[in-house]
Design a protein around this ligand. Structure first.
Ligand SMILES: NC(=O)c1ccc[n+]([C@@H]2O[C@H](COP(=O)([O-])OP(=O)(O)OC[C@H]3O[C@@H](n4cnc5c(N)ncnc54)[C@H](OP(=O)(O)O)[C@@H]3O)[C@@H](O)[C@H]2O)c1
Length: 248
């Protein structure tokens, strides 16, 4: 039988490839970390050393990268030393629910700060290292970055904004690959809070597994270097065809 292996190496050995994952302390980011751990030198982000400690215990070859992404001086300090970065995965994010007449300026700023401004700022700070490696930036967006539902204007607007950011980055930086991933609802702590805010029962069978998203992200960063995957939309299989057609 042939020994078929996936080549994740590009022009260098897989052991030398370096990846930074934000939001790696839990949920989708942690699932991506588990998938990438065997082949990448990982830096795992979360708000605090305490929040990233469990995933670093689980993946002892990985290094913690604790920083509050909304703290700009701390972010600048934390990006020193990334002279070469093969993969940057933006998974950190927050969701705020509320109708337009309920959301305060503070609610809007909180969502925009983490989901948009921190993504732009972190990418900008790491661009020299990404360029040096011919790197790949993956942005965990959301179905709500392609279609809007009532009660989610701020979260949706942040995801539309980061979609625009990704599209601009891809055109401005020809040395890089830039991929937006748009999952439907995923079984994580964030989704539990969303469903609670909607006052609905939590139905795991209607949600994607975090590892499903992670496996796709692994495939995306393993794409052979002649190709550029730009967008991936991942619906739950049970989503109605009507919903999927409405998606733009
Ligand atoms: N769950 C879904 O249904 C779903 C669907 C589509 C897209 N998404 C997107 O997928 C991404 C991951 O979501 P998730 O469900 O995995 O969320 P989650 O379980 O709530 O995890 C959020 C992650 O983001 C980190 N984070 C949040 N604010 C931060 C900040 N200011 N600085 C540093 N880290 C920060 C958290 O770190 P701490 O642990 O330190 O707080 C945590 O690691 C988000 O961008 C989300 O919008 C989620």
């Amino acid at each position: 039988m042939n020994d078929v292996r996936v080549d994740v190496s590009g022009d260098q050995g897989p052991e030398q490839r370096r990846a930074l994952i934000t939001g790696a302390s839990r949920g989708i980011g942690a699932a991506i970390a588990r998938r990438l751990a065997p082949t990448y030198n990982l830096h795992l982000g979360g708000r605090t050393a305490a929040s990233v400690a469990p995933i670093v215990r689980e993946l002892p070859d990985a290094q913690p990268w604790p920083v509050d992404l909304a703290d700009h001086p701390a972010l600048m300090a934390a990006t020193v030393g990334f002279d070469r970065l093969d993969v940057l995965i933006h998974s950190a994010g927050v969701a705020a629910s509320g109708r337009v007449d309920e959301l305060s300026g503070q609610d809007w700023r909180g969502v925009m700060e983490t989901n948009v401004i921190a993504v732009a700022e972190l990418t900008r700070l790491l661009l020299p290292g990404l360029r040096a490696a011919g790197g790949h930036v993956v942005l965990i967006n959301s179905i709500v970055g392609r279609r809007v539902t009532p009660g989610w204007s701020a979260y949706s607007a942040s995801k539309f904004a980061v979609r625009a950011f990704a599209d601009a980055l891809r055109q401005e930086e020809p040395l890089l690959r830039v991929t937006s991933v748009y999952p439907g609802r995923v079984d994580t702590e964030m989704q539990r809070r969303i469903v609670a805010a909607e006052g609905q029962p939590y139905r795991r069978e209607e949600l994607l597994e975090p590892d499903t998203v992670a496996r796709h992200v692994y495939q995306l960063v393993s794409t052979s270097t002649d190709a550029h995957p730009t967008d991936l939309v991942l619906w739950h299989r049970g989503a109605s065809p009507h919903e999927q057609v409405r998606e733009r």
